[in-house]
Design a protein around this ligand. Structure first.
Ligand code: SF4
Length: 683
């Protein structure tokens, strides 16, 4: 734009998975304001403090503007040609020493769909391995596994607008008032207009103050809680028998299992009074149109996939999915594009569109589109990549847009993995903890500087458009993948993001109806969308579930305890999560005004526990687990139940993720961030 002119760019927020449509105002390559769009499909004129105000990072002097290469132990600025040649040489050496499976990539929920598509294609076609994963591994991988097992597809059963019609909201293991504020506001609005509200969360999260019933299960006991609710639904005849007969499978087995979860026993396991459990089950069971929303409090557990399936049981028992008589259930996705990164096949066991790599027909379809064979053996998951690096079998790791050293659990072991790996490549905005350990750092564009699409928590594709050019020599992740392929003598085709989405539609029938041109015209389109002339499917499963026999699957999974329990040495349970002003490691939100809203990582604890352990409000406190130690500032609050403490991980210097354990979901390897036994040492 000519100097001094104001430019308006419509794009999609790059923070949380709500996917707010935003208008970014710029002048002379500076953001002057970010405004929520009134026709945004979820936000409808609203945005939170992150989307509106946390944009100062784009012109931060800390931004990386030149590629860096490690020489004589130090990262030095080099040209793009030198950086790419260094990386290509290292990748060739890794493959020569250990074969294609000696290389792995961690793709990113912060990258666009088109970038994720290109990364997985690079790994499968250029390197020849399925060793590609993304950070959904660390948050909602149990949702993908659990929802697929229960219903057939790895997304929420309906789009969010249906929640406007819900007469009972069950919000579980989520704090949308802080982590998904626009959804939190709409759920509150629905409650104030008459919907009944049940909140199930150990903490008194924002919505809990408006709840008809607040269930506070001990962290790690969700499966027992959900079975207790299901027990009451069955015992009191609050199930849809016709639906169960026609469209569900597994009722006899579940009925037998639930006999072992009467309210009194569930109360003993979870700490939730039996009366509250029964009251919640009756509210949910008697509603005409119940809806379930859940967050990482359900998934980030040793038995996270079982938790998703046990929660899905409730919707199936009520006939609230696939019938239009309710909302089913919806995972509140954490990162902006965590759904899309997985949809695009940045996963070790599935190709784009969740087509299993073990399926010869799916490999053949992709191979035809890509003009190259697709490797058959499923690749490594993120924790397995780190283990392989520590053991010496992984010789090159490409980390794209994730500060794994700050955000992955048991952080000291992650750092050891990067130190042990002979070649670490890193795409980053800033010199993060991970970038500091890399051998090559590629400076890349942020979400305000790139072109493509994101998929939000309720499966809607929306356009992402550049409001600014990236600083210095930074380029998009899309351009880096192409350039590295070229340095290895390969051509990935699909020159533009629009080409990449079009090619993805040729590989995945359920994305065939999507294109940039269509999204520019229509704004947001949900998947599945096989036909360019028809709307995507907002509400799934109206005819049949996407399981082999078309029936929803009730899950008979027993309650099993979490990986860690408190004991005399570590008497408290730590739960980690997010706060309203910041986002994950805080690399973007800490570089601007949001820092004034929230300036340090706080440890929330109950006043009774504070008195017991000699901790004072506002004073330093050390937290120790069996895995590490963090230094925080204490905040005494009645929001916390006795015996539990809570903190975020927005300030890596506090070391919160040195505390968290290596325990992970037995199905998907999602870390158990929500249950760590700790002790406190007053500062
Ligand atoms: Fe919307 Fe989430 Fe962005 Fe806030 S962070 S503006 S709720 S998408």
């Amino acid at each position: 734009a000519p100097r001094g002119d104001l430019t308006r760019t419509r794009t999609t927020c790059g923070y949380c998975g709500v996917g707010c449509a935003l208008e970014v105002l710029t002048r002379d390559e500076q953001v002057t304001a970010v405004l929520p769009c009134h026709d945004g499909p979820v936000n409808r004129g609203h945005a939170c403090v992150k989307g509106r105000f946390a944009h100062g990072f784009v012109r931060s002097p800390d931004r990386l503007t030149r590629p860096l290469v490690r020489r004589r132990g130090r990262l030095e600025p080099v040209s793009w040609a030198e950086a790419l040649e260094f990386a290509a040489h290292g990748l060739r050496a890794a493959v020569a020493a250990g074969g294609p499976d000696a290389v792995a990539a961690i793709s990113s929920a912060r990258a666009t769909n088109e970038e994720n598509y290109l990364v997985q294609k690079f790994m499968r076609v250029v390197i020849g391995t399925n060793n590609v994963d993304n950070c959904s591994r660390l948050c909602h991988s149990p949702s993908a596994a659990g929802l697929t097992a229960s219903f057939g597809l790895p997304g929420g059963t309906d789009v969010f607008d249906e929640a406007e019609l819900a007469d009972c909201l069950l919000v579980v293991g989520a704090n949308p008032a802080e982590a998904h504020p626009v959804v939190g506001a709409r759920l509150l609005q629905r409650t104030l207009r008459g919907a009944r509200l049940i909140v199930a969360d150990p903490r008194t999260v924002g919505l809990a103050g408006y709840a008809d019933v607040h269930l506070r299960p001990r962290p790690g006991t969700n499966v027992a809680l959900f079975h207790g609710l299901a027990h009451v639904l069955l015992a009191e005849g609050l199930v849809d028998e016709d639906f169960l007969r026609r469209r569900a499978a597994g009722l006899p087995e579940l009925t037998a299992l639930l006999a072992g979860y009467p309210p009194d026993r569930v109360a003993a396991i979870t700490g939730v009074p039996a009366g509250d459990l029964v009251a919640a089950a009756r509210l949910y069971g008697r509603a005409e149109r119940p809806a379930i929303f859940y967050g990482l409090g359900v998934t980030e557990h040793l038995h996270g996939t079982d938790g998703v399936r046990a929660l899905a049981n409730l919707a199936i028992l009520r006939g609230a999915a696939g019938t239009g008589r309710g909302y089913g259930l919806s995972p509140l996705r954490g990162q902006n594009n965590v759904q899309g990164a997985s949809d695009m096949g940045a996963l070790p066991d599935v190709l784009p569109g969740y087509q299993p790599v073990a399926d010869a027909a799916a490999r053949e379809r992709a191979a035809r589109a890509w003009g190259a064979p697709v490797p058959e053996r499923p690749g490594l998951r993120i924790p397995e990549m780190f283990a392989a690096a520590r053991s010496g079998t992984l010789r090159a790791l490409w980390v794209i847009g994730e500060d794994v050293c700050a955000t992955d659990p048991d952080a000291d072991r992650v750092a050891a993995a990067l130190t042990a790996c002979p070649l670490v490549l890193c795409n980053e905005l800033f010199l993060s903890d991970t970038a500091r350990r890399a051998d090559v750092v590629f400076p890349v564009a942020s979400w305000l500087e790139k072109d493509g699409t994101f998929v939000n928590f309720d499966r809607r594709f929306q356009r992402v458009r550049p409001a600014l050019p990236p600083p210095g020599e930074a380029v998009t992740d899309f351009a880096v993948v192409h350039a590295l392929a070229a340095a290895l003598g390969a051509d990935l085709g699909c020159r533009t993001p629009a080409d990449a989405l079009a090619e993805c539609g040729r590989v995945v029938p359920m994305f065939a109806g999507l294109s940039h041109e269509r999204l520019d015209r229509e704004g947001a389109v949900p998947w599945p969308c096989p036909d360019p002339g028809a709307p995507g499917e907002a509400a799934l499963y109206r005819e049949r579930f996407a399981t082999p026999d078309g029936r929803a699957r009730l899950a008979s999974v027993p309650y099993l305890p979490p990986g860690e329990e408190p004991d005399d040495r570590y008497p408290l349970v730590l739960v980690t999560g997010r706060r309203w002003a910041h986002y994950n490691s805080g690399s973007m939100t800490r570089r601007g005004g949001n820092l004034r809203l929230d300036g340090v990582d706080l440890l929330d604890l109950n006043p009774g526990d504070a008195a017991r352990y000699g901790v004072r409000d506002g004073e330093p406190v050390a937290v120790e687990s069996r895995h590490g130690r963090a230094e925080l500032t204490a905040r005494l609050t009645g929001q916390m139940a006795p015996g539990q403490v809570f903190c975020a991980f927005h300030f890596p210097s506090s070391g919160v993720n040195t505390l968290t354990s290596g325990h992970a979901d037995t199905v998907t390897s999602c870390p158990e961030y929500k249950v760590t036994a700790v002790r406190l040492i007053p500062g």
